[in-house]
Design a binder for this molecule. Structure first.
Ligand code: NAP
Length: 304
């Protein structure tokens, strides 16, 4: 089994696939390592309607459209989970569950995972009234009643965005003080459509196959109430998939990977693309674009 390459891409989401097509065109000797199904988070998006050149399309179908280009170009795929990335001299070492790989240059395109509320129906309701991305899915809730859970900047910013679309929005946070920026909180307080509900925690998402309500509990007096809602956005943080990176100085305090022009990280030969970067806006076409920019840098680095 081949384990040494000029380049390796970790992650077969839009960022990794965008990069792969460029590397292929340049004749680079490379492979993509992916632990799950190709497509990354596109696979769990119920519907996507903002991918250029496509009408509204179910996420898994778009993932297949994107992956078909990888198949058409006969790009090598390795099914493995990278558990360690180190650099020794000029060479990167990637330890996977099934093999150890080496490459002169590496692209990290591993994305993030959403923090979940932890209810048994949470996965089932995804796409049936539950979404982790107001920017992507907000318009499906036009003139509906929704709840946003969370008190960080993402919950605050996405509530402001959603308020322009929905009939009413409950912003539910477990403390009376918000973790997010003061000026966002001030703005939200002025918005008629948003009702701030604190200090409450969600107890249960009610559903009939679609979200119908949210049972919440007051953390001060223990009282409970049910909000009638059509949609819920748990926005309680995202964790970057970057635990496997064992090279000092690559990650910031959040575990995301800062970059400079050309998607260059702080380590020579190491590049980053997509949601695992510190950027706030997370979109398929942006990740794909990152991947292509990173690939150009890798091609230049390899002198191809
Ligand atoms: P966050 O700031 O961590 O906020 C998460 C919010 O969800 C908090 O208000 C938290 O409550 C609440 N929460 C957490 N677990 C909960 C649970 N089980 N039930 C109910 N509520 C829960 O996350 P975020 O809103 O996604 O924002 C992340 C911030 O970090 C942004 O400002 C972003 O720009 C920044 N960030 C930066 C980078 C970077 O690389 N530059 C990377 C990631 C994030 P408490 O307040 O009570 O804890």
């Amino acid at each position: 089994m081949k384990t040494d390459y000029e380049a390796l891409i970790i992650g077969c989401g839009p960022a990794g696939m965008g990069a792969a097509l460029e590397l292929k065109n340049a004749g680079v000797d490379f492979a993509i390592i992916e632990k799950d199904a190709p497509g990354g988070k596109v696979n769990i998006a119920p519907r996507v309607d903002n991918y250029p050149g496509q009408h509204e399309i179910p996420g898994p179908d778009l993932a297949m459209v994107l992956f078909q280009r990888i198949l058409d170009n006969k790009i090598e795929m390795i099914s493995d989970e990278v558990t360690s990335l180190t650099k020794d001299g000029d060479l990167f070492t990637l330890i996977g569950k099934y093999a150890t790989y080496h490459a002169k240059t590496v692209l990290i395109a591993t994305g993030t995972k959403e923090r979940k509320l932890g209810f048994e129906n949470e996965d089932r309701l995804l796409g049936h009234g539950l979404s982790y991305c107001a920017l992507c899915d907000g318009h499906f809730f036009k003139d509906k009643v929704v709840a946003v859970v969370g008190g960080g900047n993402v919950a605050l910013k996405e509530s402001i965005h959603l308020a322009g679309l929905v009939k009413k929005l409950y912003l539910i946070h477990r403390r009376n003080e918000f973790r997010g920026d003061r000026k966002l909180v001030d703005k939200i307080k002025e918005m008629d459509k948003i009702e701030i509900v604190t200090p409450y925690i969600p107890l249960e998402i009610l559903d009939n196959g679609r979200v119908t309500g949210l049972k919440i509990q007051n953390r001060e007096d223990g009282s409970e109430k049910v909000l009638d809602i059509d949609g819920i956005f748990p926005l309680i943080g995202q964790d970057p998939n970057s635990e496997f990176i064992k090279i000092d100085g690559v990650k910031n305090e959040w575990g995301t990977i800062p970059f400079n022009k050309g998607m260059v990280t702080s380590v020579e030969g190491l590049y980053v693309a997509g949601d695992v970067t510190p950027r706030d806006i997370r979109q398929i076409y942006l990740a794909e674009h990152d991947g292509k920019v990173a690939a150009k840098s890798m091609i230049e680095f390899l002198g191809k």
